[in-house]
Design a protein around this ligand. Structure first.
Ligand code: HEM
Length: 441
């Protein structure tokens, strides 16, 4: 059938102008669940000013990743674009995106990661001791400090502990990411733009210092300043600054979410925790933990995969714009529309995962390998040419944190707390995960 005579996917555009954005933002999970039940895995809606097609499932993800950059291109809400900056990898498209990605990758290549592991472990020990002293704590905000400390130390060589002001400015900036992009003095968006300018000014100072006195330790900033293409060309100062900022958000909010979910799911599944602890007992005398040690912790790897399947920190992808008309699953996808692939719902596919609602790390053992039944069945880091650049960094941090935590500590959920999952902008429990924390007896 010629593409033009195919039907549009089922679905509704909602109200004029605002479309269905309000009900989506009110509860993204219910929004998706209701429509998936009613229309299936592909449906149309109207979000953030665009007629949009929602795609669910491994096949749909594969279709989108395979055509990224040709039929589809990343697009952002106006507030994201303004606050991330025009040079950010999350905003740049086409050939310029691929070139930028090659530069930035140099900061996340295997050799760079090996250098980061010791700092990650030192900071982890410091926080574990802090939580032991606290005895009861709300973990989400604590983990946010912890991951920001690691990001600031490894990305810009700054300890946030001694720079509390930096943490506050960062918070003001990130608060604006989901705000309405209309600026008047003192509103969220305006404050966030000011915070962006302060952060960039701070990066400017750091860059000046680095250019005068190169850092002893390789951090992301040093690597980006030295990174060259085949012709010896460097990134511009503006490119370095916009991307440092983007990486701070990409690199620490997502990890906070992943670690919080790991702590919650292990507390709710003591049998899994016991098994993970038994595995760690075999390695407890080896410190610092090396990448080789991590490779041998196969159960820990399964636990991490299952946490990222059940509670992916990025629940929905970034929006894509349709560059040329195409078709998928018998429906037409018109040019100029938005496309939105869904990570959470793809991970709940019953034809791939048995009892997808259950937390079961064994589904990834060498006999079952449920995720290998279809390409792109497990996509917490997205896929294709826009796959997460920090994927290996993130996996390293999650595993080091989990290994050191499980070896020596135990925790239980405090009573009377709301554990309901909030998913925007990043997945987390409603009350931030209150726990009692202690050293193992
Ligand atoms: C992109 C998830 C950690 C840097 C992405 C995407 C996902 C994702 C799903 C693709 C979004 C899309 O298709 O629209 C995660 C998760 C993380 C994590 C679940 C932790 C558990 C990190 C870290 C960094 C990072 C630590 C680095 C500092 C990036 C960058 C991109 C990206 C730069 C954009 C890549 C591009 O557009 O070419 N991430 N991420 N992420 N992530 Fe991550």
């Amino acid at each position: 059938m010629p593409q033009s005579s195919l039907p549009l996917p089922p679905g509704s555009f909602g109200l004029p102008v605002i479309g269905e954005s309000v009900s989506y933002l009110h509860s993204p999970a219910i929004f998706m669940e209701k429509r998936q039940k009613q229309y299936g895995n592909i449906f149309k809606t109207h979000l953030f000013g665009f007629p949009t097609i929602v795609l669910i499932g491994a096949g749909a993800a594969r279709f989108l990743f395979a055509n990224e950059g040709q039929k589809f291109e990343m697009t952002n809400t106006p507030s994201f674009e303004r606050l991330l900056g025009i040079n950010s990898i999350g905003v740049v498209t086409g050939a310029a995106h691929q070139t930028l990605r090659k530069y930035l990758y140099q900061a996340f290549a295997p050799r760079a990661l090996a250098d980061y592991a010791t700092t990650m472990q030192n900071i982890t020990h410091r926080y574990l001791k802090r939580w032991e002293k606290m005895e009861t704590l709300t973990w989400y905000p604590e983990l946010k400090k912890y991951t920001l400390d690691i990001a600031c130390q490894l990305f810009i060589g700054v300890a946030t502990e001694s720079e509390e002001a930096l943490e506050k400015i960062y918070e003001t900036w990130s608060d604006g990411l989901l705000s309405i992009p209309v600026r008047f003095p003192g509103n969220k968006f305006d404050k966030s733009i000011h915070a962006r300018e302060e952060l960039l000014a701070h990066f400017d100072k750091l860059i000046d210092q680095r250019l005068q006195h190169p850092a002893e330790n390789q951090d992301v900033l040093t690597i980006l300043l030295q990174a060259q293409d085949e012709e010896g060309k460097h990134l511009s100062r503006e490119e370095v600054k916009d991307n440092l900022l983007g990486m701070l958000v990409a690199g620490h909010e997502t990890l906070t979410s992943a670690l919080t979910s790991l702590c919650l799911l292990l507390a709710q599944h003591p049998d899994v925790l016991v098994k993970a602890h038994v595995e760690q007992e075999q390695f407890k005398f080896s410190e610092p933990i090396t990448q080789e040690d991590l490779k041998q912790m196969t159960y820990l790897e399964q636990v991490m995969k299952e946490v990222l399947r059940m509670a992916p920190p990025v629940v929905r992808s970034g929006l894509r714009k349709v560059l040329e008309p195409c078709e998928f699953a018998g429906y037409k996808i018109p040019q100029g529309w938005g496309v939105f692939y869904q990570i959470q719902e793809t991970h709940q596919d019953q034809t791939i995962y048995s009892h997808p609602e259950k937390f079961d790390p064994n589904r990834f053992n060498t006999e079952k390998v449920e995720d290998k039944q279809k390409p792109f069945a497990h996509i917490p880091f997205g896929g294709g040419i826009r796959e997460c650049l920090g994927k290996e960094f993130a996996k390293l941090e999650i595993k080091l944190f989990a290994a050191l935590l499980i070896r020596e500590y135990e925790w239980e959920l405090a009573p009377r707390q709301n554990l309901e999952r909030i998913v925007l902008p990043f997945s987390r429990p409603h009350d931030g995960l209150k726990v009692k924390f202690r050293k193992r007896g």
